[in-house]
Every structure is written in structure tokens, then in C-alpha cells.
Ligand binder design. Sequence first.
Ligand SMILES: [Zn+2]
Length: 401
Amino acid sequence: MGTDYHSALEEFEAMQDSLKRPDTAVCVLCILDTALWRRVGSDAVHGTCSFCNQENTCTTFDELADVVDSVVNEWYTTVSESGAYHDDGELNVTTHDINDVAYDILNEAIQPDAHAVLSDYVASRDSTDYGWVQNADIWATIYDFTKGAWKNLSRDLKDGDESKDLRTVATLSSETTGLLAEIRDVALLQGLFKVSSPALWRCRSREGLTFPLIAKQLGSPPSGAANRMTTEGQSVFYGSVGLECAVKEISQGRDISFAAGKFVPSRELYYFDVYATPERPSVFEIDSHDRIQALDFLDSFSKTLSEPRTDDSPRHYIPSQVFIKFLRENSETPQPEAIRFKSSLDPDGNDENWVVFVDREHCVDHPAEDSDLHLILDSASTQEHPSSRTFLSQAPSTPST
Ligand SMILES: [Zn+2]
């Protein structure tokens, strides 16, 4: 660390300081977030970029700072406007420095050389005295209320007694159906209802099966036990995208002999996706503020639908069952034919389960003539194994990223 290093550093800092000006130019290639560029691009002019020194279409720090300011105002409020108060000499909320706020907002949105300089420039224009607080820390959003209401409903349903069981949606209170409709509408708006034709593995204990396997042996049971997404007596198809996952689901840690086969839907099916929420939009996208909050809410809601069963309560699945029943019996919107959800055996992994609302009659060996949704067994995929434990220990482990 000789003088050379120090003088180079001083020179760099002086250069950075000299760039904190309204007319500092940033070119289209140095702005990495396309939504940010779209918001400033209309005033862009041809010039030399202050960061990459290339001639290109450029905008200025002034224009960029205006956009950053508007994003800051969507997510933050000044301490003085927040209603925060001093409690024993300390503010009752976490405050943020505008420089850090701008730095966070610009993260990965702009070329690294320009990142800190622009954040400093944004801060230099800010005359707020006591910093900023995150809106989420001081005000509940509409989604917070919905989340709280769902949590309360789930608790009530789990604690409820059998005699008051919610067998049909018709028996639900209007307050409850209002809440369920609200959640469904957010999910519809945010694109959680989709179409797809997944190939699904289904596994059964080997006991009592005859070979060659046919669809009706391996498909939906005639009258299923109550399960995560369905109530007792429904004939529905539970399957997994991976064979290993299907084996894990059926064996639940025990060592069993099993048979398995893969089914494909006869056509695209309309499904509700609680497996994964869509990627969050850039904060620079117009209206992204509401979308990000809605997706965060749906994320936490989805987790409640596939949370591991941590208690022995037979009522653990009731909230999920009620919500799915509501979707299925509702006539206002198209009813999903399937639900895609994360395996609760590995909540942090990628194991993917489906329930398809197809009864045993609609599990077939050959494509059917009518347009009903059928699940067709791929006979070449059928197989049997004497030990699930041996099978799972030999299976190539799926990457869990
Ligand atoms: Zn550039």
C-alpha cells in the first residue's frame, strides 16, 4: 500500500465527486434495468457516456434521480411525515439514510461504476432532515389485512369441531366466502391460474396389484382418503413430476415394494399454481409496487397451503381443503382442473406435486373419444420395485437449488 495506491484512490474519489452533477451522462448500455431505461429513455440524447466513455444514447443523472425519487416515494416516507415518535429517546421505527435507500433501489439496475455515484447524487438532492422509514414498517397494506384474516380463518377451521365441518361452500359465512374470493381474485390478477399438460408419476404399494398394470389400478382411487387438497371420498389423482418424489410421497419414510407409472393429460388443463409465484418485476416498472406486494402475499399464502404437517391433527389440511373446495364449487370464475404445489416433504426443494381433479373412470390406457379431461397411462413407463428404500438410495439425487 504505497503512495501510488493512495494517490490512485484520491484520484478515483475526486473523479467520482466530479461526476455528482445533474448533467452527468449515462448511456443505454450502462443502465442494466430495462424498466429504468424505459422511464428515462424518452428524453435521451446522443452523447458520450461518463462511465464507459462510449458514444451512445444517453440520459442524465438528473433524469435518473427523478425516477429514483419516485420509487423512493412509493416505498418510503420521511420520518417527519411518518408519525414516528421518540420512545425513551429512541425512534420507534427503523430509519434509513437516503443514500442507502437509493443504493438498494439501484442495485443491479445500473453499471457498478455508476451505482454509488448516482446514489450519492440522489442523496445530495434530498433535504429530508431525519431520514426515511419503510412504509411497510408503519402502515399495514390491504394484503396484511387479508393475510391476517386468512391466518385467523385457518386457526378457526383447524380448531373447529367435526359437527360444524364445512362440507360445502354453501355453508360458509359470507364473511368467509368474501375473504376466499378476495384471495382468489388476487391470484387471478397476478397470473396464478394457468394452462399446462404435465406428465405425472403415480406410485402405489405393490401389494394386490396385477401385471401388466392398467390405468385404473394405478390411477385415482375410487374413493380417496382426506388429503392435503381434497376431502374424504373424492376420487382425485395425486401425482408428482418426478418418479422419486412420487416414491417418497407414497413410502413416507417406510420401506415398501411399489409399482409406478407415468400419466399424461389428454389435453391442456387449467390449473391453480401454488408451487411458485411469478418473478418479481423491477421496482422501476410502473405499478410494480402493488404487484410486488401482491406476489409477496401470494407467496406466504401458498406456503400455508403446502406447509408440512407438524401436528397429528386430522384437521391440519382443512384450511387448504376449504380454499380448494371454494375454487372448485364456485361458478363466478373458471374452476381449476388441477393444483400444482410444492411437496411438503422438502419445502425448500423443488419437488413438485399435482392434484388433478380426475376420477378413476377418467384414468385410461388409451386416448378417449370425448373431450373430457382424461389422464392416459404411458404403458412403457410402468415399473415395479421390491424396495422403496433401495430405489431412493440408488436414484440420482435431484439438484435442490
Ligand atoms: Zn455507458
